[in-house]
Design a protein around this ligand. Structure first.
Ligand code: ZN
Ligand code: ZN
Length: 226
């Protein structure tokens, strides 16, 4: 079987993201997957006993994912999901002083850190699959071309991809393309700073205009993803 015939839907999903994303294509894919996840949850699974049971373990979603849930703007569905945790907290506070069943550490893990957040598990699995597809195919001509022309990848995703590659040549190839992207970004930042000087401030503004935002996004990773 030729390699051409082994390309499946995930390959084209990653390729499209490379061609169309404005920032890091892996961040775009992850953000889109999470939005779909919450859309489906609110549309179909708010009353699913298993979903509610899993959410009990972590007392709702972690801070990052709770914000993403709220952005969906579903007041009714969200109120159903979160009634559980408010009710449970009222029980918890009622018994807090007399009960010694759970340690401070456990309570913090559940109520402060939301350890076991189901959206975290979903996101990390999604990330793993996207990185796997990308690293398997990025040196293939169509994907490589899109990678060269694309806007690049954030530093956290770069390291995920880099460390999942085992062959030295592949690591070198990845580094060489990513280095070029970051050199362009560095030049844009320098240009922005140069034009900040009053002597050059009348020069027309170019693609350096939003380089300060791109720099933050690329160093930190996409909003709410890391
Ligand atoms: Zn990214
Ligand atoms: Zn989470």
């Amino acid at each position: 079987m030729s390699r051409e015939r082994e390309k499946h839907i995930p390959y084209y999903v990653v390729l499209d993201a490379l061609k169309q994303s404005q920032g890091c294509f892996l961040c775009s894919l992850e953000a889109q997957s999470l939005d779909n996840y919450f859309e489906t949850l609110l549309y179909e699974h708010v009353n699913d006993p298993d979903v509610r049971k899993n959410l009990k373990i972590s007392a709702g979603y972690c801070n990052r994912h709770a914000s993403r849930l709220v952005k969906q703007g579903d007041s009714f569905g969200t109120s159903i999901l979160y009634s559980d945790h408010v009710e449970r907290f009222l029980d918890e506070i009622e018994n807090l002083i007399v009960s010694r069943r759970r340690s401070e550490k456990t309570k913090r893990e559940i109520w402060c850190n939301h350890v076991g957040c189901p959206a975290c598990s979903f996101q990390f699995e999604t990330r793993r699959r996207h990185i796997e597809v990308f690293t398997e195919w990025f040196d293939e001509s169509e994907m490589l071309d899109a990678f060269h022309k694309g806007t690049g990848m954030c530093i956290p995703h770069f390291f995920d991809a880099y460390f999942s590659l085992t062959k030295k040549e592949k690591r070198e190839q990845l580094c060489s393309i990513v280095r070029k992207k970051y050199e362009e970004l560095r030049d844009d930042l320098r240009e922005l700073q140069r034009k900040n000087n009053w002597r050059f401030s009348r020069e027309p503004v170019g693609k350096e205009r939003d380089s300060w935002k791109r720099a933050v996004d690329f160093v930190a990773g996409g909003e709410g993803l890391f």
